[in-house]
Every structure is written in C-alpha cells, then in structure tokens.
Design a protein around this ligand. Sequence first.
Ligand code: 5AD
Ligand code: SF4
Length: 442
Amino acid sequence: MSSAQKTFYIETFGCQMNFHDSEKVVGTLISEGYAQVQREEDADLIVYNTCSIRDKAEQKVFHRLADFKKLHKEGKRFAVLGCVAQQEGEKIFARAPYVSLVAGSASYRNLPAMLIQIEAGADRVTGLDDRQTDQTFETEFTARTNPHRGYITIIEGCDKFCAYCVVPYTRGKERSRTAQSVLDEARRMANAGYTDIQLLGQNVNSYHDPAGKKTFAELLTAVGELPGIRRVRFTTSHPRDFTKDIIDAIDSVPTLCDHVHLPVQSGSSRVLESMFRDYSREQYLERIAWMKAARNREISITTDVIVGFPGETEAEFRETLSLLDEVGYDGVFSFKYSPRPNTPALQYADSIPDAEKSRRLQVLQEHQRELQRSSCRRHLGQIVEVMVEGKNPARGQITGRTSQNKTLNFVVNGRPEPRIGEYVRVQVTQTFPNSLLGEMTV
Ligand code: 5AD
Ligand code: SF4
C-alpha cells in the first residue's frame, strides 16, 4: 500500500442491516487511519459488502470482482464482506486470487486485527468461523451518513431458520446487545443532534437483553423517552415473537412511530408450515387485530410476501391475495421465491416455473396497488407531522416522511423553507398509492 494516507473505497449491496454494517466498517477503517475515497481507482483498499438474501448474488459478485481485477495490477488490495463472503468463503480466493480478505458479518469485530494482517502483506485473511459467537459488533466509530436519522443494531444473526432463508447461515446465531449499550449509543446520537432512530435486527422481537434488564418493548420505550428523540422505528419483526406489549408501547409512547413492518410471506397456513414460519394465517391475523385495536393511534402496517414458494397452488396464492384484502396493508414488498444455498427449502423441488412466479408477482402487485389507491384516501385533509428529508427545486416541492413512514411531498405556501431534518406540519391535499401531496401549515 502507498506510504502516504491509506485510502479505501466501499460498495454496499442489500438491506438496511448491510448498509448500517458498512457504516460501522467505514468508521472502523477511518479509526485505523484510512480515508474514504469515492472512486475505486483512487483507493488502496477496495471493500465490497455483499448480500445474498434474494437473488443469485454469487454470480453478480464474481462478475464485479472480475471488473476489479485490472486494478489489482496497480497494487490495490480487495476485501469481500457480507453474506456472499460468508457463504462462498475460501472459494472466493480460488476464483478471484487477488482478493486478500473474505469475512462474514459475525467477524467484523475483528476487522482491525484483520487489517493489520493485510497491511503486513498477508493475502489470504479470513473471518468466517465466528457464526457461533455470542459477541456483537459494537464500535464507537460508526460513520453515519445521515445527520438526523440513524440506525442502531440491537440484535445480530437469526435462529429462525425459515425454509427459504440464508440469513441464519450467513449472519450466524442470534446475539443481542445489552439494553444499556443500546441506550448509551442512542443517548450519544441524541446529543449529536439525531432525532430519529431505527432499531435494527433480522428479528428484533426475539431481542433478549443479556443483562436481563429490559424486554424489547421496554427497550423501545426507553429509547423513545430519551430527551431529543422524536421518532423511533424498528425493523424487522417476526410474527411468531411479536408480543402485544409492543403495540401497547406504541399506543402509549408518542415518539414510537405508528408503523409496524410485519412480514407475513404467505396467506396460506399450509405454505407457512412448509416455510417453517411457525404461525398460521389465523395467528398472524390475531397480531394484526392487536394493531387495529390500538386506542390512541392508527398504526400503519406493511409486509413482505414471497410468491411461488415450492408447491404453492393457485388456490394458496389466492389466499395471499385475500389476506391482503383482509389486512389492508399500507405497503407490500413482494418477491419471487429464489432457491438459496444451504437452505432447507432445497429439499423441495423449485416447482413453479419462473413465468408463473412472474405472473403471480404482477397479479399481487396490481391487486395491492388498487387496495392502496383507495386506502390512501383516508389521509386526505389530515394534518400530519413530517420530517423534512430533501428538496426538489425543479418541482418546487419539499419531501418529508410521516411517522407512518409515508413519503409526503409538499409546498411551503410562501412560508420560510424548512431545513432538512426539521419537523413541520403539513396538510394532505392529494393522495397516491405510494405517496402523498400536501401544503405546509402552521
Ligand atoms: N426468495 C425470495 N424472497 C426471499 N426473502 C428472503 N429469502 C428469500 C428467498 N429465498 C424475502 C422475504 C424476507 C425479505 C427480507 O426477503 O420476504 O422477508
Ligand atoms: Fe430469514 Fe426467517 Fe430469520 Fe427473517 S426470521 S432472517 S426470514 S430465517
């Protein structure tokens, strides 16, 4: 590596969890004396944080690594992190011999030591054997990119082993941070001016304070009660572990956002059973009923759905559509089933042809768009608080986000323009399935 300032370039794929992992990796690299650069050509170390949750990510990773190959001649070093790194392991060295570091997320707490090894010239450094660890990746050096809204990981890994999912294999076993350490981080963020915090985990509802002090609902409440904090969200939830005290907390603590993302995956109890989801359609609907019974707030509900899981019949697919009718979701993220390495679902044949999966996906998305087209109208005329997120001068609009996690574009109506990160009140004047339009009020 060059003798002057050490530099790195990072590329991140995947979910919020990966994005936030990268913020921690960036902070760690900076604290180890590296400076971040925006072009791979300018970097001594190229870091690639990968995701393999939904598609054939391995192939994409190897293609991207092939692009990087030419830079190797200039003496650059390469690190592959994340789910594909964990899943493919040392095979990455075989296919891309110029890579020096391959590490899964359970090993990131050892990054400083691994960096020292590559700086000393080692060219086969791995962090792949930590998936059974009890330790979490905590660093005071997290390099957050947004100065108002920030993530905090409260639980890593997953012990659920849903039949289609790679996460338990790539991120390892469940391990929670102490409530104390989460609260300390949230307090530091509040002191630094953050007002909006999102608690993260693959399954936040199985949060278990290692010090035994707080349940998940109590931790949520404690973060929501910190001075300066105005919004707290959490993602993602698992219906099996979702308890009613979470809804009670949202109902009674105004800073807890009135939005729950509760992935259902399928509306058919038979399919849910073969997915190893551990709940039936009826049990899922019971959780939805708790949300709808909240006395003080209307809770917005979103979900994830997989179509074309092995053996899903047309009638079972229709049960998912009828579940969408019954719940009245505010948003649905839908995916075609894709077989993932090592997962239990590989025991079933991937029986639904891709064209049929695509058809079901399209039917479901159109169905949901129509439901949202009418359900969003309930917001018409409401005055809601938004956090300002951005500006669109070309359209003379400002973009904000509501507590229910909806995008609300608005005009200021001659009032002074609010700053990004500010909270203002906006009256909704028009509604669309995926966003709202409004005017700022006093
Ligand atoms: N195929 C399709 N979708 C998947 N998801 C997870 N694994 C798969 C898979 N193998 C979806 C689930 C999950 C979301 C994060 O990704 O809906 O909730
Ligand atoms: Fe995957 Fe299921 Fe764990 Fe979610 S709960 S990360 S879908 S195994």
